[in-house]
Design a protein around this ligand. Structure first.
Ligand code: HEC
Length: 295
């Protein structure tokens, strides 16, 4: 009946082994898996609890079986157990870090004053505390040299780097999420593929009223600089998405077209239709559109 090595070595060892394996096997980009997937944190807490519970049960079993031993066997068992290296080493380290004198040795550190029978011991500061204090001094020196003497980055720089990185992420995201545009965020698209898609949409939906060259018919002329409902990508997007004035015949295309498609056809109208000479231009309607100065 031997209960393996000490629990205070076994449990942390198993815990970090599982953690390490997880980091190794789970692909989580440049962030540690445990941060990328919060579920893993719950999993690790669960594992830890499980190991502690198993250990408690094992200890209980050991205890019960211990009680069944004869006095002599009990003594031998305890002797055996306290002789394994990890218990010896653990006990020694613990005592060393605590640094307290055993009762029998108190004679050595007793101070020689005596207040009505109350004596004082001259205990040393516990080594675990002293070592931490030294470590903090070393840390402070390295920190000072790193950030104040040799001029590492400061908060402002760190902030700017973070913002720049976030901006890049937003740009990248926008590229993958073109479908999220609306009249406020839409930008004129310049990619040939987008304009080509816009052309297809225009030819299959809009030519009946605006003509293939945009010269106009039931709908107004899209080639001139006059706009009834406002020019520029944002207004045009809005008109196509929400439709024209009631009863004029221009429906709200958001019912049929996706935001991305509206952005594409708007860009096509502004880039490839507007400004080109049509075969049969309809008379201009609306006002000349002047883009607002962006301050
Ligand atoms: C049924 C006919 C019809 C169809 C189809 C149609 N439109 Fe129109 N469109 C109109 C009319 C009519 C107007 C004028 C609305 C108004 O005066 O309020 C208009 C206005 C517009 C305007 C605003 C012009 C300005 O001067 O402000 C744009 C841009 C436009 N249409 C684009 C499109 C696009 C792109 C499509 C295809 C997806 C399309 N239209 C399909 C009839 C149509």
């Amino acid at each position: 009946m031997k209960n393996g090595s000490a629990w205070w070595i076994k449990i942390p060892l198993a815990f970090f082994l599982i953690l390490g394996l997880m980091e190794l096997l789970i692909d989580s980009g440049d962030k540690p898996a445990i941060i990328e997937y919060p579920l893993l944190q719950i999993f690790m807490v669960f594992i830890l609890f499980l190991m502690i519970i198993i250990q408690i049960i094992l200890n209980a079993i050991e205890n019960v079986m211990f009680q069944t031993l004869s006095e002599e066997a009990k003594a031998r068992y305890l002797e055996d157990k306290s002789n394994t290296w990890e218990w010896k080493w653990g006990k020694r380290t613990y005592e060393k870090l605590l640094g307290s004198k055993p009762m029998e040795a108190e004679q050595e550190i007793i101070l020689d004053h005596n207040y009505d029978g109350i004596r004082e011991l001259n205990n040393k500061l516990p080594p675990w505390w002293v070592y931490m204090f030294y470590a903090s001094i070393v840390f402070a020196i390295i920190y000072m040299l790193r950030f104040h003497v040799f001029g590492g980055y400061d908060q402002d720089l760190e902030y700017e780097q973070d913002v720049a990185a976030a901006q890049l992420e937003i740009e990248a995201y926008k590229k993958t999420a073109k479908d999220l545009v609306d009249a406020n965020t839409v930008e004129l698209m310049t990619d040939a593929s987008d304009l080509k898609a816009g052309k297809t949409i225009f030819e299959s939906n809009c030519v009946a009223c605006h003509m293939a060259d945009g010269g106009g018919g039931i709908g107004p002329n899209l080639t001139d600089e006059h706009w009834i409902l406002g020019g520029g990508i944002k207004n045009v997007f809005h008109t196509i998405s929400e439709g024209g004035r009631d009863g004029k015949g221009m429906i709200a295309w958001k019912q049929t077209l996706k935001p991305l498609e509206i952005a594409q056809v708007s860009s096509y109208v502004l880039t490839n239709i507007n400004g080109t000479p049509p075969a049969n231009p309809k008379a201009p309607e609306g006002d000349i559109w002047v883009a607002e100065e962006t301050p």
